[in-house]
Design a protein around this ligand. Structure first.
Ligand SMILES: *Cc1c(COP(=O)(O)O)cnc(C)c1O
Length: 370
């Protein structure tokens, strides 16, 4: 007798579709017989600058400790975060990427049959981790591709445990202003957690963009998630953190696997926080790359969603098929991200690369659309 393991899986997991990551460079190289060096990947909002020497040095110094378990409490990294952010260690939760933080929050607060509120066109991980525990997802229609925070607050019901707010949002690059966020925080019932995902915080340079940490003292139901994967350039190492009230952080740390952040990630993130020059360079390069991409879209007559992050989403001309355009770009060695699965058929998200990578993408796109 064969066992049907599909039926043995918990109900929430049975219906899940795995997260679709950007295609890795070596996978495309294998498929097309291309040189990895000839491929440009602008599909996962990674930092295009490569690692800074300070990070490589920090990792090298850790190599002799390879046989030891990491510091499960992350003392040094937490100390560096406290200094940088002006928070206390009791407010911090370290994650294997900030994806861990989203997952912990759901595991701590969402019972089977509870729900979370998300925006249309929001990061798919929120729904994935919620459904896995038998939670439901209330999706609120976007307004001009951004979060409609008034409608999100109004969608909260008796079974709502978490509202996910992504600022700036991925994949749209839109942001909620200080005034919008403040009105929202005031409107959310105090027993509902607001998970403010600030994965792209460092890139948002607009004047009315709010810093979530400013509201922690006023709102014990606020949890801010940040990552080292984007502006700090450590995506491969998997390290992020949550900042919240100590009570929430304590609960988060109860479900956190004890060694979820490894020694290399801890050392690299600690060094990255002190590497102001790299961060400034990342942000400046992004600003220039965004200008380059937007100018190209205008030149090509393509409409795009103005973005304050390190990627921009544009609309293909009517009648062109996003899967077809994607395939043709892949043939030319350019990996981007169609976002049809984010309820945006006909749109493509491109991460800001180096000037040369951006140009390769622009040339390939012009060729495909010609
Ligand atoms: C990239 C990203 C994250 C962070 O992912 P990590 O797990 O930290 O690599 C979180 N939220 C959003 C919206 C993202 O785009």
């Amino acid at each position: 007798m064969s066992v049907d393991f599909q039926q043995l899986a918990v109900a929430g997991v049975r219906g899940l579709k795995p997260y679709q990551p950007g295609k890795p460079i070596d996978e495309l190289a294998r498929e097309l017989g291309l040189n990895e060096a000839d491929i440009v990947k602008l599909a996962s909002n990674e930092n295009p600058l490569g690692p800074s020497p300070a990070i490589i040095d920090a990792i090298q110094q850790q190599l002799v400790e390879l046989t030891r378990y990491p510091d499960g409490a992350g003392f040094e990294l937490k100390a560096a975060l406290c200094e940088r952010l002006g928070v206390s260690a009791s407010q911090l939760t370290l994650g294997n990427g900030s994806s861990d933080i989203l997952d912990f929050a759901v595991r701590v607060f969402v019972n089977q049959g509870d729900n979370v509120v998300v925006s249309q066109h929001a990061f798919s991980i929120y729904g994935l981790v919620t459904r896995a525990v038998g939670g439901e997802v209330i999706e609120v229609p976007a307004r001009n591709f951004g979060h409609d925070l008034d409608a999100m607050a109004a969608a909260i019901n008796d079974r709502t445990r978490i509202v996910f707010v992504t600022n700036p949002n991925n994949p749209t690059g839109t942001y909620s202003t200080r005034g919008e966020l403040e009105a929202f925080l005031a409107a959310v019932p105090e027993q509902v957690l607001v998970l403010l995902d600030e994965a792209y915080f460092e890139y948002a340079e607009v004047e009315d963009y709010p810093c979530g940490l400013d509201y922690l003292s006023q709102y014990p139901n606020l949890l801010v998630a940040r990552t080292f994967s984007k502006a700090y350039g450590l995506a491969s190492l998997r390290v992020g953190y949550g900042v919240s009230s100590p009570v929430v952080a304590d609960l988060m740390n109860r479900v956190r696997p004890p060694f979820n952040v490894d020694s290399f990630a801890l050392a690299a993130a600690t060094a990255a926080l002190r590497d102001d020059a790299y961060l400034a360079k990342s942000i400046a390069a992004n600003r220039q790359g965004m200008v380059q991409l937007v100018a190209a879209f205008e030149q090509l007559g393509l409409s795009y969603i103005p973005s304050v992050a390190n990627f921009v989403t544009f609309k293909l001309p009517d009648g062109s098929d996003d899967r077809e355009v994607n395939q043709q770009l892949l043939q030319l060695g350019v990996i981007i991200r169609p976002v049809a699965n984010y309820d945006m058929p006909g749109y493509i998200r491109v991460s800001v690369g180096t000037a040369a990578e951006n140009q390769t993408f622009i040339d390939a796109l012009a060729k495909v659309l010609a």
